[in-house]
Every structure is written in C-alpha cells, then in structure tokens.
Ligand binder design. Structure first.
Ligand code: BGC
Length: 761
C-alpha cells in the first residue's frame, strides 16, 4: 500500500514538474512573439491596444466605412464589445487583420452573463442551485454558444458580495456569502475558459466588479463604499480572489471608490492586492466609461484621471477613450512612463495570444457553428432542468404543491403571460420571442389534462411611469389601460371557476439589474391588492414569485399558503415552472441571501458579528435589537423547502480535541421522511468562539447537495482541516488560531445541529 502511495506521489510530482516546465516553455515562446511584435509598434499603436469602444454604429456590410472601421484600420482599437453575429464580427476582424498596419486581431467582448441565446436563470437564481456542476455547465454552454457566434471574451462572472437587497445588481451576483460566492466564481471561470483557451469553444472570462461594488451605501447603484480592510479581506474579496486562483484571464474594475479613491485609479487595489498579493497575470479592463467618470468623482480632469488609471494598473479603457486621447500627452509630460504603457499593451496582446487569435483571428467565426450550436434542443433541455433547480420553495402549507394534473387552474397575474420578462435582466444576446411564458409552459406541460384559465388581474404597478422604468430594453408588460377594477374583476371571474389559483406576481425583469435600485422592496401595492382579493375567494392560492432580489414578504409569508420563488429562470423558465408546480421536478433550491422582515433591517445577513450585547429573545432593553421588529429574517440564508421532508440527526465528531494539522470529520444522518425522492443541500457552518479579532456567529465552510430517496437515510460527512478555520487577522495575515469551535450542520443557516470541539496548535 505504502509503495503504491509513493509511486503515485512520484507520478504526480513528475506530472506537475512536466506541466510547470511546459508552461514555462509556452510562456517563453509567447514572450518572444510579443517582444518581436512590440518592437514594431509605434507609441500610438500601443496606446490603441488599450482602447475598447462599444460597437455603436456598426451595421453588417459597413464596418469599413464606419467611424470604428477607420479607427481599427489606424490601429486605435484593441477590442470591441456588444457586437453580435459571426457575419459582423468577421467583417470587423477582417479590417483589423487585413487593413491595419500590424494586422493585430481584436478581442470581441460581450455581457454573456447567464447564458447566450439559451438563457439560464439570473445569477442570483443560479446561485440557489448550490450545484457547482450545474453552474459550470451553464457557463460552458454559454461559452459554446457565444464562441459559435464570434464572441471570444465575456464580462462574467459578476461576483460582488451584497447584503443589500435594495441594490438592483444583487440579481447579477451570487448572494451574500463569500464561501458560496467563491465556489461559484471558480466554477464559472472553469466553465467559460475550460482547460485550453486555444480551442474555438472556450472564451476569456472577466471577473467583476473589482472591488466591493455590492457594498454601495444605501443600496443605491454607483454609490460610495467604505469599509475596513478586515471586512474586505474576509468577507468581500474572497470571490474575486477565487476567480484569480482559478486562472481568470481578465478583471473588470468597479465604478465605486475604495478607501476614498475610485477603484479604477486605486493602485493598492489594482496592483498591490490583485497582482502582488494574488499573483494575477491577466489584464484589467475598466467598467463602461469608468475612467471618464473619475472626473465627476472629483479627482481631476480627463488627462489626470486617465494617467492615474494607467498608473494604478488599468490596461484597457472601456468606451470612454480617455487613455486613447491623453496618454501620449501624459507620457510627454512625464505623468506616465513608457514602461506602464508597454506593460498594459503587453497584457492585451498576451490575452489575444493565449486565445490563439494570432494563429487564426477567425477561429470563432464559423458560420456553420453559428447555425448549429446556438439555442439547440440539447442546450434548452439543460436550461429547463437548471431553471427548475434554481427555484426556491418558500412556503407550502398543507402541501398544496405539487398541483394535481387535473381540474381547473386560474393563472392570474401581470407576469403570467409575458415571455419578454422571462430571461431576466442582463440577457443581451437573448432573442425575446424565443422565451416561454408561464401560460405557454403550463399549457405545454399539462394542456389537455388541466383546464387553464388566464387573466392579467393587475398591471405591474399602479404608477405607469414606474412601469415604464421597469420594462426597458423591450421587456414590455403590455400595460393594460382599462381601469384597475375592470382588470381585477376579470381575474376574480375566472378564479371563481377554478380549483386552484396560481398567481404569477412580483417584479418585472428590469426592476433589478443595473441602475435599478429600490427603496421599497415589497411586491408592488397594486399586486398585493390583487393577491388579497384572490385570497378572499377562499380558493387555494399559489404564488409564483418573480424577483431579482430578496423581497420583503412578511405579509405574504403569513397569509399566502404556498410561495414558489422562481427568480427569472431564463428562456425555458415557463416549462421549468410547470415542471415544479406539477411535481415532475422536486424543488431543491436554497437561498443565497437573507430575506428581511422589512427594509429597515437591511443589511441583514447570517454571518454577522455577535456584538457585546447580543440579543437573547426579542425584545430586551439594552441589547442589540429594535423596538419594533425582531432581528430574525423572514427566510434565512440557506433556506428552501422541498416536496420531501428532511430530518437531521445530531452531529457526530470523529474527535473533539484536535491538534495541529489533524483532520476532523463531522457526520450527520439525513433522513427523507417524505414520500418523494428529493435533493437536499446539507450545509456546514463553523464558529470560532474566541479570536484575536472578533469572528462571525457562523460561517459557511462546506456544503453537499445530495439525493435522498423517499424513506432513505444517508450519512453525510464533512472532512474539516485547519484550512476551514483560517481568516485574515488584524495584520491581514491569513492563519488559524487555536481554541474552541462550534461545528454546525443543517438545511439552512438558522436550523442547525451543533457540536463543540477544541483545536490546539
Ligand atoms: C456594467 C458592466 C458591464 C458593462 C458593459 C457596465 O455598465 O457595469 O457590468 O459589463 O457595462 O456592458
């Protein structure tokens, strides 16, 4: 046995040495190529590589004559973004590689955020699958489709931790937890980039928005952030770092300031942390006009802010052309150095080299792939299955769900018959006509067995101006101009004829996403009125809840018997909703964010500190609590029901006195006491009871998504090492400290079993 282990170790070491030396050889080859190319480049051409304009005016057949076409020919463009179709991209690439002096190919970027034409759930929904295989697969399919359409670079994953549901961009991220967020960051990068970027179906990934963008004050988009380095390193940085560790090829700077300096000009962030501490080797792009916006931030004129961005470690300028317009002058005036320009240019060229674009600039321009690999039946099938697994069953009183495939259903609500909204925010490549509404999904899945009656019931909001803001980018809800009472009456009429009411309500797709912050995070009042009227009929009511953020659902949780949170599930969401409502798929999603009782509790998150005056039972005077509301959420982080019923045993520890680098095993027995096979996300939390700095009341440190058959029991074990105990201390050193720990295991962050142990150095 020992001999086998030693032989395996020798093989593994030899393999590592082999891959390390192969990597060195290919890096050396790349350096020779880029050195030679850069020797030929003029200063203007080098600065040109740092420029990333939007595709703006390009129409097929006109690339050459467009303004962008001229710039490309003059060597003033390093890449373009949001240009779609092989035909257009090929045409533009041709200008670059046939008509510019040095024939340098271009990058083509796009916000491929949660799928391409086959759209997966919004990232917040995706994170609720807690299934890294699915997350990776969704990114793989997205990369495959995007690359088949000419795209070689995606501005994803977005991994900003956020604890503020007012912030519209919580929809684009993975929730509030650094551990879960890090696992997802890794899986996404792997999905997009694969193991080999020279293939024609892998694309460059870009982790964003570095850093802390999700901590915008008051949840207002683009607002200031300000936090301790302790909090940055322990709570907000981990997912960005995880993406870097996974080999992400590019990083996008965030709009917000960090420590009083906009991230785009923050040298500590871009160079000291990202490159020196984390060893990032790719390139950094600004966010959209991120350089120009620093004029408004108030740190100087365009030349000053552009120079500061370059000096901080920015390599590419998205849209604003600050670098293009001012860098030469800044060099002449000694405000930037040639070495800085060279370094940025080199990093852009390296990315193109790694993608294999110098070997074949048209490698992503295969018309045949575009015709056969996008929005395929196989991809749609995956999207349907993944969407169903992202839904979170929040309540199911009296097992109303799953519905029987019989009788009459009244499907009511402003989001019931609307395919435009299904893909959700940030689905720029989606073809809206391709998505499936709830009504169409239900009809397709159970059409001839169930009578489905439909009425809108209410508009999205009483305020038509707000509805306009919430339905931008063609995501119309076809506002019904009749009086509210008439619209409602129509719904009550069909409700009266039904056995059960399914109410598709909540937010529209563009009520979350960029620049879609809300100060009131309830279901809009007009829809609440509709829900109340439906409940008053006495018929069973199931809410199919659309949302891009945690909502305040206190009243709904107390009054509506069943709530299925479906986020925005993507192009196949309509079918997936039917699959879950009728029990063909058992829901298994778990929340990746806390749902508060009211907006005044925000930020409310599970991994908070204890404080010196923690609350016992609400209310207690002189304890950390409110007069008017308890500290509890409506739904805690990690929460989600199933049609099965899971019971956790107490925890068994392999040892409760450990030393040094030993491994601990914590085990629970999980039993499915229900009648349905199901999936459960078993979650491991740890608390470090005393540290050199204060430690959270619990932190997620592991999870397993397991399948348990009806009536079955399974032992679930977590190996725990000192790696799970580490944190950044006051000096920002990453280490663990000896002492007493609590190990907690459960089906959500609130309802856990607990065991204690001592771990000595
Ligand atoms: C967003 C980025 C996005 C970029 C390009 C910006 O407004 O903040 O997330 O990648 O636009 O579309």
């Amino acid at each position: 046995m020992k001999r086998i282990v030693i032989s395996l170790l020798i093989v593994a070491t030899a393999f590592n040495t082999y891959t390390a030396s192969a990597q060195k050889a290919s890096d050396a080859k790349m350096k020779i190529f880029i050195d030679a190319l850069m020797k030929k480049m003029t200063l203007d051409e080098k600065i040109g590589q740092l420029n990333l304009p939007g595709s703006g005016d390009i129409v097929t057949g006109q690339a050459k004559s467009s303004d962008i076409g001229k710039k490309i020919r003059d060597g003033q463009v390093g890449g373009l973004f949001n240009i779609k179709t092989v035909a257009k991209i090929k045409e533009v690439q041709r200008v670059a590689v046939e008509e510019s002096r040095l024939k340098i190919p271009m990058l083509f970027g796009m916000d491929v955020i949660h799928g391409y034409e086959t759209v997966f759930p919004i990232p917040l929904g995706m994170s609720c699958t807690w299934d890294m295989t699915l997350v990776e697969r969704s990114a793989r399919i997205a990369a495959n489709e995007a690359s088949a359409d000419g795209i070689n670079w995606t501005f994803s994953p977005m991994v900003d931790i956020s604890r503020d549901p007012r912030w519209g961009r919580v929809s684009e991220g993975n929730g509030e937890d650094p551990y879960l967020g890090s696992q997802i960051a890794k899986a996404m990068v792997k999905g997009y980039q694969g193991n080999d970027l020279t293939k024609n179906n892998t694309i460059l990934s870009c982790v964003k928005h570095y850093a802390l963008y999700g901590a915008a004050e008051a949840g207002r988009d683009y607002n200031t952030t300000d936090m301790s380095h302790q909090r940055m390193y322990n709570e907000y940085f981990p997912p960005y770092k995880a993406a870097v560790d996974a080999g992400v090829g590019s990083v996008m700077a965030s709009f917000n300031e960090v420590d009083g300096v906009p991230a785009t000009a923050n040298k500590w962030l871009m160079t000291d942390v990202l490159r020196k501490q984390w060893g990032f080797k790719g390139f950094v792009v600004t966010d959209y006009t991120g350089i120009n916006e620093m004029v408004a931030h108030g740190i100087g004129d365009l030349q000053t802010v552009s120079a500061r961005a370059l000096m901080a470690g920015i390599d590419m300028d998205m849209v604003g052309e600050g670098l293009l317009l001012t860098t030469k002058k800044s060099l002449q005036e000694g405000k930037v150095t040639m070495a800085q320009i060279d370094a940025a240019c080199r990093r852009i060229l390296e990315a193109k080299y790694k993608l294999g674009l110098f070997d074949n600039p048209y490698k992503y321009c295969d018309e045949n792939r575009a015709k056969t690999e996008i929005f395929t039946a196989a991809n749609r099938k995956e999207a349907r299955s993944i969407a169903a697994q992202s839904f979170v069953l929040l309540k199911n009183q009296g097992n109303i769900l799953p519905l029987k495939k019989a009788g009459t259903i009244a499907l009511i609500g402003p989001l019931a018959d609307n395919k435009e909204n299904m893909p959700g925010t940030w689905s720029v490549a989606a073809v809206k006509e391709n998505a499936t509404s709830v009504l169409a999904g239900l009809q397709q899945v159970v059409g001839d067995k169930v009578k489905i009656l439909y009425a809108k019931g209410s508009n999205l909001d009483a305020d038509s101006i707000l509805e306009e803001r919430a339905t931008m980018f063609g995501k119309t809800l076809y506002r019904d101009r009749r009086p509210d009472s008439v619209i409602l009456k129509e719904a009550l009429d069909i409700a009266a004829q039904s056995d059960v009411i399914v109410a598709a309500v909540g937010e529209s797709a563009e009520m979350s996403g960029e620049s879609s912050s809300r100060s009131d995070i309830q279901i809009p009042a007009l829809q609440q009125k509709l829900i109340k009227a439906l409940l008053a009929t006495g018929k069973p009511v199931v809410l199919v809840l659309f949302t891009g953020r945690p909502l305040v659902l206190k009243w709904e949780n107390e009054n509506v018997p069943a709530i299925l949170n479906v986020w925005f599930g993507g192009s196949e969401a309509g079918y997936a909703i039917a699959d879950v409502l009728f029990g063909d798929i058992n829901p298994s999603g778990k929340l990746s964010t806390t749902f508060p009782q009211n907006v005044g509790q925000v930020p409310l998150f599970y991994n908070h500190k204890n404080t010196g005056r923690p609350l016992g039972t609400w209310f207690e005077k002189f304890r950390s609590n409110y007069l008017d509301v308890s500290n509890e959420p409506v739904y805690p982080f990690g929460y989600g029901l199933s049609y099965s019923n899971f019971i956790y045993s107490d925890i068994t520890l392999s040892n409760n006195l450990l030393k040094g680098n030993q491994t601990l095993t914590a085990t629970v027995t999980l039993t499915n006491t229900g009648n349905t096979d199901g999936k459960e996300v078993v979650q491991l939390y740890i608390r470090d009871l005393a540290g050199s700095v204060t430690r959270p009341v619990k932190e997620l440190k592991g999870f397993q998504k397991v399948v348990i058959k009806a009536g079955e029991s399974k032992k679930i074990s977590f190996p725990i090492t000192t790696a799970e105990l580490k944190f950044y201390n006051y000096d920002l050193k990453y280490d663990w400290e000896p002492g007493e720990f609590e190990i907690m295991i459960g089906g959500n962050s609130r309802d856990v079993k607990m065991a204690k142990l001592i771990w000595n150095k």
